[in-house]
Design a protein around this ligand. Sequence first.
Ligand SMILES: [Zn+2]
Length: 575
Amino acid sequence: MESYKILVCGDIGGNFQQLYKRVATVNKSNGPFHLLLCVGAFFEPFSASHDSNQSEQNQNDQDQDGEQNKISFPKELQSYKDDKEVIPIPTYFIAYTPTDYKYIEKFSNENGEICKNLTYLGKSGIKDLMGLNVAYLSGKVDYPIKEESNDSMTIIKTDIEKLINDSKDKKIDIFLSNQWARGVLNNVQSGIPTFLKTPYKIGMDSIKEVVQSTNPAYHFSKNSFYFQRPPYLNHSNETKVTRFLSLAPVYNEKKEKYLFAMNYQPAKEVTTNDATLNPFERRQNNNDNSEQHTQKKQRNTEETTTNFFFGNNVNTEQDNQQENKNQRKRQHGDNNNQQNRHHERHQKKFQMHQQKPKPQQQNCWFCLSSPDVDSHLVVTIANDCYLAFPKGGVVDHHLLIVFIEHKANYISLDQSEKDDINKMINILREFFDKRGQDIVVFERNSFLKGAIAHGHLQVIPIPKSLSSKVKSKFIEHSTENNMEFKELPENDNALNDKYFLLILPNGEKLYSTLPQKSDYQFGRKVMVDLLGTPEKLNWKDCMVSKEEEMNQTASFRDEFQPFYDEKNPSNDDDD
Ligand SMILES: [Zn+2]
C-alpha cells in the first residue's frame, strides 16, 4: 500500500538551521521522509514586537522597491542557494506576513522556487505534490472577509472561492492554512488548553467554509502552542474524517512541538470509531430540522420577531415589522447576498450546537451566528462583545457594543463579560478622545413581549464642547418621562429588570428605573436635543444605502482596528 512519510512544521520565522538540523535527526531515526510542509511565518518571526509593525509600515511605504531592496537573502539559506549544501527534503511552504511576501517576490523564480528543494506554494490553490492533493491558503483572512485588498497577504473572497472551486471532484489529502476554522474545538471533550479564554470562538469563518467544502484528510495550521484535535466526521465519502493539527513555532520557549511526522496512507480504510461529530454542525439527530424547515419556521415567526438592529431606534413596533419585511425582500432579491446567507447559515448551525437553542434566538438580528445578522455592519469582534454600526445612526460614528452571547442586558452578564465590555468602552473613549470627541454610552433595558432581547449598549460620540451638558440634559428630560437618575453604586446590584443605564463622558455611571410605560426613544431624544439635530430623531431619516453602510463600516474599521489591536494585544488566534 502506498504510503507517504510527511513532516509538517509551524512558524519557522527564519530559523532554518535549527529546523533542518531537527529534520536531519528525524530523518535518520524515522525516515526517510518524502516531504516537508510549512505553515506560518516563514522568513521572519511574526510577533508584534518584532516585525509586524515594521512590515505594516513597509506596506504603506510609497517606495516599495526601495524597501524591497533592503531585504537580503536569508543567511541561513545562503549555503543552499550557493549549492554548497542541499536542503535534505523537498520543502513547500505557505507565507503568512507581508514581509514573507517581500522575500518571495524578490527571491523566488516563477515557480515559487527559492532554491533547490524549497518552494513557495502560492496564495490560494491546490497542488499535486507527489500524487497528493495539497490545498493551501497563504496570508490571513479578516472577519468579515474583504472583497478586495492591496495587501498581498490578506485573503479575499475570491481566494476562498477559487480554492473551493478548484477542489471540486478532488480528494484533498492535506490543507494548509495559517488560521483555524472557527468552531473547530466544538465537540472536543478534553485536552483543550486551559489558557484559551474563548476556545469555541477561535478561528475564522472563511477557513471553516474551506474545510467544510474540501473535506481534507488532514488540516494543518499553527498557533503559539501545539494542539491536535481528535478526528471529526466530514462530508466526504473518501476521506470520511478530518484530522486537525496546529503546530507551535520552531522557536518557542516552552519547547512545544513544532514538527509533526506522519506516515500517510491515502488508500487505507479510515476508521471512524474515534471520530467526533462534525464540529461545525448541529447534532445529527437534529438533521430532520433541515434548512427548508428552518426557513419556513422563520417566515412563520417573522411577524413576532423584532429586528433588534432597528429596535432601539424605532417609533413603533409596526414600523419595525414593515422594515423587517423590506429588509428580507432586499436580501432575497440580492444575489450577492445569497452567498452571505449560505455562509451565515453555517454560522447559525455552529451556534445552535454551541448553545441550547431558544426560539427567540433563531431570528435574532444581533446573534453573530444568526442568518439575520447584518454582518456588513460589524466593525470588530472582541472576546465577549462586538462593535457594530446601527442602522440610521444619530451621528456618523454612532456605534453599538453588542454582547456575543444572547443575553438580555448588562446586568445579566458575568464578570468577565462585563470586563470585556468596559474594556471596549475605555478603548472607544480613548480612540474618540484623540479625535477631539467624548462618548456618551447608554443602555435601555426593558423586556420586549415575551422574547428575551439581545442586549447591547449605544455609543454616541459628541464634540467635547458638549460633554459638560450631557448629565443635565438627561436629567432635564427625565422628569417628563417619570424617570430619576441616580449615581450607580460600585456594585451594579441597583439595576433591576427595567432600567436605563447612562455612562457619562467622564466615565461616571448613572441609572434610572424605567416607568411602566416608557419611551423607546428616550436616549435618542435626549441626544438629538443635546446635539441640536432634531431632524435626526427618527432613525429612518438617517438611513443610508447598504453600500454606504459597508463603506462606513470598512473605513471606520481601518482606523479603529489598529488602535484596538494595540490596546488589546494577544488574541487566541495569533501569536
Ligand atoms: Zn441574539
